[in-house]
Design a protein around this ligand. Structure first.
Ligand SMILES: Nc1ncnc2c1ncn2[C@@H]1O[C@H](COP(=O)(O)OP(=O)(O)OP(=O)(O)O)[C@@H](O)[C@H]1O
Ligand SMILES: [Mg+2]
Length: 430
């Protein structure tokens, strides 16, 4: 590896992560993103701890390999959506992985360390400086918790060997990526960047143009930024609670007429709390509920799910169905693993109804942003969409309807933030 202290951009995402840099002599227009797994530029933000590692195999696997190990039925613990824990009290708690108590912050450090190592291997170059992306708000309406989240991420970055770091809002990074593709001679434009990811929806209202791209200080061109802690993982959760968890007993009754407690279903429908459903206490509670349940077949599916540690498997089925619903009117889920031979069909209107409240909040965030910046909707020339969840039709339609005069431009859904952070890193650290 070379010894030059190069700078990279790191997009640690709730669902997917990327890293990029402006390598020496990099051709304009070529991808700035570094391959991180099997030649692909994304590394799913996944850690899987093997309870019984086989001879010659690692204790820990990451990304697609981690998902595959979990799905292949290896004993162990899967972690996803770790970014959602930043700023919460869970950060300092311990979780048992492979017989050891680990703090969530150590888990995060393990993932980010791996991300950095892979980026370095790919670049053939160590990185000690980085621009890290961050959502406009890690935590909604709580500036102290938000600050704590950023401090935690900074501490983790230092602990894995990044000496100089700077943060950049993810939607601003996406704006730089878009700007790098504007042809020379094009007119300046007012752009609303819309980044709907796995954990958060982030927005920036920016003035972009070929003549502005070289400016060192862009503060004057950034008219506003905003965001809300709603993203694809919430869509998964609401779809699951509306359409899938009821088949496992949510909303059903116990003898005596009471409704079954919902906490377990909420844990299972939420990516970062799935493992809480596997405690001894939860199992004992479930056995008791089964005894007094009126619809025992539903509770049996739930018991199968918990016994098989299939919570993430189910969440992945729900996520896959959600993605199918972006392009098709219905999606079929195979529940075979917990209910042999059973299929469940989900329909687009049901998904739209399940996420309607979330979409209204995201819409409200855009309305507030425009109002606070004192920008009329018809002054926006372009809406730049990025982030995996920008594929959700209801959300796109509702945002596009707010800006009737703007043309829509599609970014690289999973790569724009990382590429923009790479550009920002080159600018900030060169
Ligand atoms: N075609 C699609 N339609 C709807 N949702 C999709 C589609 N493709 C991916 N997603 C969702 O996009 C999300 C991941 O997007 P992305 O990789 O941009 O998030 P992230 O950057 O990891 O999260 P964040 O930026 O919020 O931290 C997941 O929730 C995934 O289910
Ligand atoms: Mg993102």
């Amino acid at each position: 590896m070379g010894t030059h202290a190069a700078a990279c951009g790191i997009d640690f995402g709730t669902s997917n992560s990327t890293a990029g840099w402006l390598g020496p002599g990099q051709a304009a227009g070529s991808s700035l993103l570094l391959p991180l797994e099997d030649g692909k530029p994304t590394l799913p933000s996944v850690v899987f701890f093997h309870a019984e590692p086989e001879e010659g195999h690692d204790h820990v696997s990451y990304g697609r390999a981690g998902l595959a190990d979990y799905l292949a039925g290896h004993e162990g613990r899967l972690m996803r959506s770790l970014k959602s824990l930043l700023g919460t009290s869970m950060m300092d708690e311990h979780t048992e992985v492979a017989g050891r108590a680990l703090q969530f912050r150590e888990l995060l450090a393990q993932f980010i360390g791996e991300l950095k190592r892979r980026a370095e291997t790919s670049a053939g170059q160590p990185f000690t400086r980085a621009v890290l992306g961050r959502p406009v708000f890690f935590v909604d309406d709580d500036s102290k918790a938000d600050k704590r989240a950023e401090d935690t991420l900074a501490g983790i970055a230092h602990s894995v060997g990044l000496k100089d770091i700077a943060f950049q809002y993810e939607p601003i990074a996406a704006a730089f990526d878009y700007e790098s593709q504007i042809p020379p001679g094009a007119r300046e434009e007012l752009v609303l960047v819309v980044d709907i990811g796995g954990g958060t929806s982030d927005f920036a209202l920016v003035r972009l143009g070929p003549g502005l791209a070289g400016k060192a200080d862009r503060r004057d061109d950034i008219l506003a930024s905003g965001g809300v802690h709603i993203g694809g993982t919430d869509f998964d959760k609401y779809l699951s609670l509306a359409s899938v968890m009821p088949t496992l007993g949510l909303g059903s009754r116990l003898q005596g007429g009471l409704e079954i407690p919902s906490a377990l279903f909420f844990n299972l429908a939420t990516w970062h709390t799935i493992n809480l459903a596997y405690t001894k206490k939860a199992w004992a509670q479930l056995s008791e509920l089964h005894r007094s349940a009126l619809e025992k077949d539903k509770l049996e599916r739930l018991q199968n799910l918990v016994r098989e540690r299939a919570g993430h498997w189910l969440a992945m089925q729900v996520e896959a169905a959600k993605i199918t619903l972006s392009d098709a009117p219905e999606a079929v889920m195979d529940l075979g693993r917990i209910a042999p031979g059973e299929l469940l069909t989900l329909h687009r209107p049901d998904f739209d109804a399940a996420i309607d409240g979330l979409v209204s909040k995201v819409e409200g965030t855009v309305i507030t942003l425009l109002r606070d910046a004192d920008i009329a909707a018809n002054a926006v020339n372009t809406v730049f969409f990025t982030g995996g969840s920008s594929g959700v039709p209801l959300l796109r339609e509702r945002i596009a309807a707010l800006l009737p005069g703007a043309r829509a431009v599609e970014g690289d859904r999973f790569g724009s933030i990382g590429a923009g952070l790479a550009l920002d890193a080159a600018r900030k650290f060169s």
